[in-house]
Design a protein around this ligand. Structure first.
Ligand SMILES: Nc1nc2c(c(=O)[nH]1)N[C@H]1C(S)=C(S)[C@@H](COP(=O)(O)O)O[C@H]1N2
Ligand SMILES: [Mo]
Length: 330
């Protein structure tokens, strides 16, 4: 079993590095504010068009989908543009050390609390400033759009890191498909709200569930942005954000929202879950940057989970060639 580093500093020398949830020394404060979950019930799961197409994902799909319903995705063709400078993190580590607060604030506990979470079928809403607001089943979306594999560094604001092979839809293809109107400048994304399936949505009422995040549209259209459905050549395990999650590897991990049920194109910059809770710690832009310390710890180095190797943090997590132009220095 993976070791739990309970409330221990993340080995950042001379720093106060702590898990994100430790800012909730402010928990009482938030309770006093009376923050309550205020989301809508999303994803009705009704009315799927019956198209018996394509071969299935086969036995052992974590979606639990009948073989006739799932397009065959694996192994997806690897995109050679994205090379790693370090070994992949062991799959057993990536699937046992998770930030997914809907289930638990203890990284090692998440995987044991996702059992009741139903990730198939999965309805996705496309709303806001689009030519045609609609709902689509994830299986149908996967038949409509290309899927590929990419090896990415993955960096949490808590100063830990991994290297993961994701399989997913290039987000720019999804944005094209969604057909935003010209007034759209941002994309807001929302996770599921199901307290009966996600124990911490029921218990931790001081959070404003469901989890929500956002990107500028140019960020969503960047070649790097990926909407992942798999890792290590199979469907995403629930603890890693099944069945459909964002991966924006030049940004801190909290931007990469898991288990998305709604995409909403907006003209105004949307609020985000963590920025609402602690604005000084969770910037909307939140690009990986060794020169900008977290208010409570340095970001100069990072610790690879699994090996504990310490490495210097790279600007934009090493992806400046793709994204630096999105953020002109002022
Ligand atoms: N819905 C949701 N998405 C989320 C989170 C979360 O708690 N809920 N945590 C974020 C954080 S802080 C990180 S670091 C990554 C972790 O992804 P992983 O567990 O696959 O490594 O997911 C992000 N997406
Ligand atoms: Mo994170």
């Amino acid at each position: 079993m993976f070791h739990i580093r309970r409330r221990r500093a993340w080995d950042v020398p001379g720093s106060q590095a702590t898990p994100e949830r430790d800012f909730l020394g402010r928990r009482e404060f938030l309770r006093d504010l009376g923050k309550i979950g205020a989301g809508l019930a999303l994803g009705s799961g009704l009315g799927r068009a019956a198209q018996a197409l394509a071969a299935g994902a086969g036995a052992g799909s974590v979606f639990g989908a009948p073989p006739s319903r799932r397009p065959a995705l694996y192994p997806a063709k690897r995109n050679p543009a994205f090379q790693l400078d370090r070994p992949l993190t062991a799959e057993s580590v990536v699937t046992a050390y998770n930030n997914f607060y809907e289930f638990s604030e203890e990284k090692a506990a998440v995987k044991d609390l996702v059992g009741a979470f139903q990730t198939w079928p999965w309805r996705i809403q496309v709303a806001g400033l689009v030519e045609k607001p609609r709902e689509i089943d994830l299986d149908d979306l996967l038949r409509a759009l290309p899927v590929e594999e990419r090896l990415y560094r993955h960096r949490c604001v808590e100063a830990w890191a991994m290297a993961v092979p994701w399989t997913g839809i290039p987000m720019r293809e999804f944005v094209k498909w969604a057909a935003p109107r010209s007034e759209a400048r941002y994309l807001r994304m929302v996770s599921f709200l199901r307290p009966d399936q996600a124990p911490n949505q029921k218990q931790a009422t001081w959070y404003s569930w469901p989890y929500f995040e956002g990107l500028r549209l140019e960020e969503a259209r960047n070649e790097l942005a990926l909407l992942a459905v798999g890792l290590y050549g199979h469907d995403l395990p629930k603890q890693d954000g099944a069945p459909f999650r964002l991966v924006v590897p030049w940004k801190y991990g909290f931007k990469s929202i898991k288990s998305i049920v709604r995409f909403e194109f907006t003209a105004k910059r949307p609020r985000t879950f963590w920025n609402d809770l602690a604005p000084s710690e969770y910037d909307f832009d939140a690009n990986v940057n060794p020169a900008v310390p977290h208010p409570r710890w340095s970001q100069a180095t990072e610790r690879m989970i699994g090996t504990d190797e310490r490495r210097p943090t790279l600007p934009f997590n090493g992806y400046g060639a793709w994204v630096a132009g999105l953020y002109p220095k002022t």
